[in-house]
Design a protein around this ligand. Structure first.
Ligand code: GLN
Length: 314
C-alpha cells in the first residue's frame, strides 16, 4: 500500500469533489447515438491498491460504455490465442493519428500501426473470431472480462452494439480496406460484429479497475492468484498503453500523467501504476482528441498527490 503520509481515500474523495465543480467538462461523443444521451455531469473514480484495498468516489459504481478500453482485454486474449504471431498483422508504433484514421493503411499495406487504434483493434477482433462464430468470440471476451474482474454481472449493452452496427460506416471502411490487403480473414460484418460488441461492454469504474489489476502486478491477477499473461507480456501491453493508449493524444497523456493508460470514447480511462494501483476514471465529456477531459485531469491530480509514475525513482 501507500505510505502512511498519503491518505488515498481522502485524495480520491477530494478529486471527485473537484471534478464535480469543474467548469470545462468537454463534449460527449455523439457519433454513437446512445453515448450522446449520457449525462455529461457524471464523474467516477476507482483506485485499487496492490493489496486489494479499494477507494471509490463519485459515480464509481455506475456502468458506462467502455468502448476502446476493451481493446486492452481483446489484445490480451488474442495474444493468448496466437501469441507473438499477432505482431505480423498489427504494429507496435504510435500512430500520431485519430483513433479512426484510415490514411496510414495505404502506405503500410493494410497493417495498422498498433492494436489500440480502430484498425488495429479490428484486426485483433478478426484474430479472436478465428474459427468461431461471432457469438462465441463475443462470449469468450465477456467471460474473460468477467473472470478478470471477478464479477459475473458485467454485461454487453446491446443497444450500444446495435447503434454501432447501424452507424459504424467508418469502421466498415477500415475493415474492408484491410480485407483488400488480406489482413482481415472473415467477412467484415462478422469481424465487426465481434468488435462492436466488445466496445459495448458496460462496466463501472470499480469493475474496470478490478479487471485491470493483472497489469499492475506483472500479469498476475491478485484477485484469483492466477497468472493471466507472462510478466513480459503484461509489460509489453503496458508499453503499448503508454505509447498508443490515447491515439494522437498519447504523448500529452504520458506527459501529464506518466502512467500507461487506455481511453474510450465513452469517457472512461483505465490507468496502471505498476506495483501500486489499478485505476479507472470516467467522465463522458471528451477533449478534441476523443479522450476524457476530466478523466485525464483527475489522473493528473492523482499522480501529483501520490507521486505515482512509471518514471519515479522511489
Ligand atoms: N466503438 C468505437 C468506434 O469504433 C470505439 C472508439 C473509441 O473508443 N475511441 O468508433
Amino acid at each position: 500500500g501507500v505510505g502512511a503520509e498519503i491518505d488515498l481515500s481522502a485524495i480520491v474523495a477530494d478529486i471527485a469533489a473537484e471534478m464535480a465543480a469543474a467548469p470545462d467538462r468537454g463534449t460527449p461523443a455523439s457519433y454513437i447515438p446512445p453515448l450522446a444521451a449520457v449525462d455529461p455531469g457524471k464523474f467516477g473514480i476507482a483506485v485499487i491498491e496492490a493489496d486489494g484495498t479499494c477507494h471509490l468516489a463519485g459515480d464509481a459504481e455506475e456502468a458506462f460504455s467502455i468502448q476502446s478500453i476493451s481493446k486492452v482485454f481483446a489484445l490480451t486474449l488474442a495474444l493468448g490465442h496466437v501469441g507473438d504471431q499477432s505482431w505480423r498483422r498489427v504494429g507496435v508504433e504510435p500512430s500520431g493519428s485519430a483513433f479512426n484514421s484510415i490514411v496510414q493503411l495505404e502506405a503500410e499495406h493494410g497493417i495498422p500501426r498498433n492494436p489500440f487504434i480502430n484498425a488495429g483493434a479490428i484486426v485483433v477482433a478478426d484474430v479472436l473470431l478465428g474459427r468461431n462464430e461471432p457469438r462465441e468470440a463475443i462470449g469468450e471476451i465477456l467471460r474473460f472480462v468477467r473472470a478478470l474482474a471477478g464479477d459475473d454481472t458485467i454485461v454487453i449493452d446491446r443497444s450500444v452494439a446495435e447503434a454501432e452496427v447501424a452507424t459504424g460506416h467508418r469502421n466498415v471502411a477500415l475493415a474492408s480496406y484491410m480485407r483488400s490487403f488480406g489482413n482481415i480473414e472473415h467477412d467484415v460484418e462478422r469481424t465487426l460484429g465481434v468488435y462492436f460488441h466488445q466496445c459495448a461492454l458496460a462496466m463501472s469504474c470499480r469493475q474496470l479497475a478490478l479487471a485491470g489489476r493483472f497489469l499492475m502486478a506483472d500479469g498476475l491477477n491478485p484477485g484469483t492468484g492466477r497468472q493471466v499473461v507472462s510478466a513480459l507480456r503484461a509489460r509489453r501491453i503496458g508499453a503499448l498503453m503508454m505509447m498508443c493508449g490515447h491515439y494522437d493524444g498519447s504523448g500529452e497523456f504520458a506527459f501529464r500523467v506518466g502512467l500507461p493508460g487506455k481511453s474510450g470514447v465513452g469517457g472512461g480511462i483505465l490507468a496502471v501504476a505498476p506495483g501500486r494501483a489499478s485505476i479507472a476514471v470516467w467522465s463522458p465529456g471528451l477533449n478534441e482528441r476523443g479522450n476524457s477531459q476530466l478523466g485525464t485531469l483527475a489522473l493528473e491530480r492523482l499522480v501529483q498527490r501520490t507521486g505515482w509514475s512509471v518514471f519515479e525513482a522511489d
